[in-house]
Design a protein around this ligand. Structure first.
Ligand code: IMP
Length: 209
């Protein structure tokens, strides 16, 4: 089964390829880039599931039938900021979507917030849709805390600030394999993989691209 990923984010592509590999499912993740590019989508629905659905349907429209598309909408919800940046995580510091500027802004916004009030959670919604398959969504949440200063060079986005619950290292201090065992994306993927396993045997003929 070929699953096109409705994202322009190369880090997400790599994380999904690793998640698929370790799940053992007969799935090939293909980036939107390899399929001619991710169409521009106005992520204006105000929800992770709404934005993920818009991205999945936008890419599906550009692909030959039959095709399958997976999309991911995710973000960081910070308790002390009443859930911000949330669905606006990619554009927190402005419409240019600069990850380094987003990280600097978050550090700045939390400067006065003491350690015990620095709780946050990464959220991820995955949407699966196929040419003759309705939209299905799967959610994953990873709770944790935020450091005062960034640490680590792996991963992307807010990874250098985020320490998942039960850990002492940030996501950016972990090798990809480790982040992929606890992340919001991995948790949503586990739900989706369970669903795909129910689909693959009975619907095998429909899963051939
Ligand atoms: P999206 O691509 O529109 O879903 O935006 C997701 C944004 O949320 C990214 O640009 C990051 O700022 C943030 N984000 C989502 N997942 C992660 C993650 O695993 N690590 C770090 N930041 C993330």
């Amino acid at each position: 089964m070929r699953l096109y990923l409705a994202s322009g984010n190369a880090h997400k592509v790599a994380e999904f390829q690793e998640l698929v590999r370790s799940s053992g499912l007969p799935i090939e993740i293909v980036s939107a880039r390899a399929a001619g590019g991710m169409p521009a989508v106005n992520e204006d629905t105000g929800t992770f599931v709404g934005n993920a659905t818009k991205k999945a349907l936008a890419l599906l429209q550009n692909l030959p039938a039959p095709s399958w598309v997976l999309s991911d909408d995710s973000g960081l919800c910070v308790d002390a900021l009443h859930g911000e940046p949330g669905v606006e995580s990619a554009y927190y510091a402005g419409p240019q979507g600069d990850p380094a500027a987003n990280l600097r802004k978050l550090v700045e916004q939390l400067r006065e917030v003491p350690k015990e009030r620095r709780r946050a959670a990464f959220h991820c919604v995955l949407v699966l849709v196929g040419t003759s398959h309705p939209v299905r969504s799967f959610a994953g949440i990873c709770p944790g805390t935020l450091r005062e200063t960034p640490a680590g060079g792996a991963g992307f986005g807010y990874d250098p600030l985020f320490v998942p619950e039960g850990e002492t290292r940030t996501f950016a201090e972990m090798p990809e394999g480790e982040k992929n065992q606890l992340s919001h994306r991995a948790r949503a993927w586990t739900e989706l993989a369970t669903y795909l396993r129910t689909l693959v045997p009975g619907d095998a003929h429909r899963l051939q691209p």
